[in-house]
Design a protein around this ligand. Structure first.
Ligand SMILES: Nc1nc2c(c(=O)[nH]1)N[C@H]1C(S)=C(S)[C@@H](COP(=O)(O)O)O[C@H]1N2
Ligand SMILES: [Mo]
Length: 529
């Protein structure tokens, strides 16, 4: 084999080998960190904490854009972005290490320290969350040192020049193979351990038998579901229910070790409850439509479910809490999740008689992990970010003056009752259809006020009243349908709802920030002659 002896080619080959070594060291570091995280805390894995720290710091406008552009895939995009950055950093450390081994290895270790800093910056971080990233950085630095040592070692072949190059390709190759094997083994062990940890949570969910409700919900009225093709079911199945949260990895909480703490201002009797203790209280079942403040006009982040849970007001009364209207000192209830989300809800709303629940069941089953197992909050009439904390672990009573919850610190409103909205689900915008009768249908919601009327109009003409599905209380959406005789041509359909208080949904289009979008939804349809 001929070797390029000129300096340029040599440098290029050394740099390439260094980059390969850096990437291998990076993989080894990541695998070791993953294994350490499985031992310490799965949420402390480097990709998770770095991604989470980025989420925490992303300006709200960028986050809204990401949710709009990528939907729920925003998390995948973020993780892939982090991996690409890490790979670039690893390659750079490798290239640097060929010329200056100490500096290159220090860069690898520094990447680990950066991961540790990200871990410690997360809400709810414990000091040990720094360990996986530090271990990963140290492993990457050590492996990189070994690899570049092989690159700098004189080639053992007889008669070689004895300089620092050509490299000892055999030793380098052997070390690369060993690194790959070691990384794979550490990665595999981490996965097995992680699966083992999650197995406890999975078993605890499988074993959970939900007690029957003391106050069951009436069956959904026969006419609530209009069964129009193109319209979703009245009750949204868990697997189709929208998911909005900051968790890059869905927390899998073991119900057997779960506890809820209730304390704070005006709490005469603080509570610390296990799940069986919570479930020993009378449960209520209630249909509630949940929606996200980030839902644009016509958007998908709304769903309706039958929830089973402990009435939150009863639990608060048990703890000695009084609402502000009865002289209580706290006007804000701050719910905190196992992953450090904080969600602030008006105490007055929670205790005004509505069915605010600490939910354990969704559509007849324990909550899915993605929707907050084992316990989450649901409060009719409030957007999710001010009411619906998933993976709940603490309820603290305080004031709005004294404390800003997670999203409030990121420029969303402190209080956010749901705004009246209506959506056309069929026909779809920009769809084509033959002229003739068309069932225009959708949903409308104004939780805790109810929907009194839905109107539709075509091409800016007179408003026509739609037929509503039977009401299932004021806390759920209502389906609606309007028979349209579609003439040929391009048409615009618009919808607007009136809530149970007689307020017509405003036409003015506003964005989602700071407290929810307003405006009428419209679709454009092409009708063939
Ligand atoms: N722990 C936790 N709870 C959370 C969130 C979160 O990010 N973390 N997001 C909230 C928001 S913004 C909404 S809209 C609802 C969504 O609930 P879902 O994912 O079950 O539909 O959960 C709320 N509860
Ligand atoms: Mo939300």
């Amino acid at each position: 084999m001929t070797r390029t002896r000129d300096g340029r080619g040599l440098r290029r080959r050394r740099a390439a080998a260094g980059a390969v070594g850096g990437l291998a060291a990076g993989c080894a570091g990541l695998a070791v960190a993953q294994l350490a995280a499985a031992l310490v805390r799965p949420e402390a894995a480097p990709l998770t904490v770095v991604g989470g720290a980025v989420v925490d710091r992303t300006p709200t406008a960028v986050k809204e854009w990401a949710v709009r552009s990528f939907g729920t895939a925003d998390k995948l995009v973020l993780t892939l972005g982090t991996v690409v950055l890490l790979a670039l950093l690893a390659a750079a450390a490798g290239i640097l290490a060929v010329r200056r081994p100490r500096a290159g290895c220090a860069l690898a270790a520094a990447a680990g320290a950066l991961g540790a800093a990200a871990a410690l910056s997360r809400p709810e971080a414990a000091w040990k969350d720094a360990l996986p990233s530090l271990a990963g950085g140290a492993a990457a630095a050590a492996v990189l040192y070994l690899l570049v040592s092989a690159l700098r070692r004189p080639r053992p072949a007889a008669g070689s020049s004895g300089g620092t190059w050509p490299l000892d390709r055999r030793a380098f190759g052997r070390l690369l193979a060993a690194t790959a094997a070691g990384s794979a083994a550490a990665g595999y062990a981490g996965r097995r351990l992680g699966a083992h940890g999650a197995a406890g949570a999975t078993a605890s969910r499988a074993d959970l038998v939900l007690p029957p409700p003391a106050v069951p919900a009436a069956p959904v009225p026969a006419g609530a579901d209009l069964r129009v093709p193109g319209l979703g079911p009245f009750l949204t199945p868990g697997r189709d229910f929208y998911r909005v949260d900051t968790a890059l990895v869905v927390p899998r909480v073991d119900a057997d070790t779960w506890r809820l703490e209730v304390h704070g201002d005006g709490v005469a009797r603080p509570l610390s409850l296990t799940l069986p203790e919570l479930l020993a209280r009378p449960l209520t079942e209630h249909d509630i439509t949940l929606c996200c403040v980030s839902n644009e006009v016509g958007g998908p982040y709304v769903g309706n479910a039958r929830w089973l849970g402990v009435p939150l007001a009863d639990l608060l009364r048990e703890a000695g809490v009084r609402p502000p209207s009865r002289g209580g000192p706290a006007d804000q209830l701050v719910a905190r999740s196992v992953d450090g989300m904080t969600i602030g809800t008006p105490v007055e709303a929670v205790m005004d008689g509505r069915d605010a629940l600490l939910a354990v069941g969704m559509n007849g089953e324990p909550l899915p992990f993605a929707h907050g197992f084992p316990v989450r909050m649901v409060v009719p009439g409030l957007y999710g970010y001010v009411s619906a904390c998933k993976w709940l672990r603490e309820l603290r009573l305080t004031t709005f003056a004294a404390y800003d919850a997670y999203w409030v610190r990121r420029s969303w409103a402190q209080r956010a009752p749901v705004k009246t909205q209506s959506r056309i689900d069929t026909p779809r915008s920009f769809s084509q259809r033959p002229a003739g009768p068309v069932a225009v249908a959708g949903v409308a919601w104004a939780q805790h006020r109810g929907i009194a009327r839905v109107e539709v109009r075509a091409d800016g003409g007179p408003w026509r009243e739609a037929r509503l599905g039977a009401p299932d209380g004021v806390d759920t959406w209502r389906q609606w349908v309007w028979p349209w005789r579609a003439p040929p041509g391009r048409h615009t359909l618009e919808v607007r709802a009136t809530d149970g208080r007689g307020e017509v949904q405003p036409q003015r289009r506003t964005g989602t920030l700071p407290d929810g979008a307003t405006g009428w939804h419209s679709v454009t349809v092409d009708v063939r002659p």
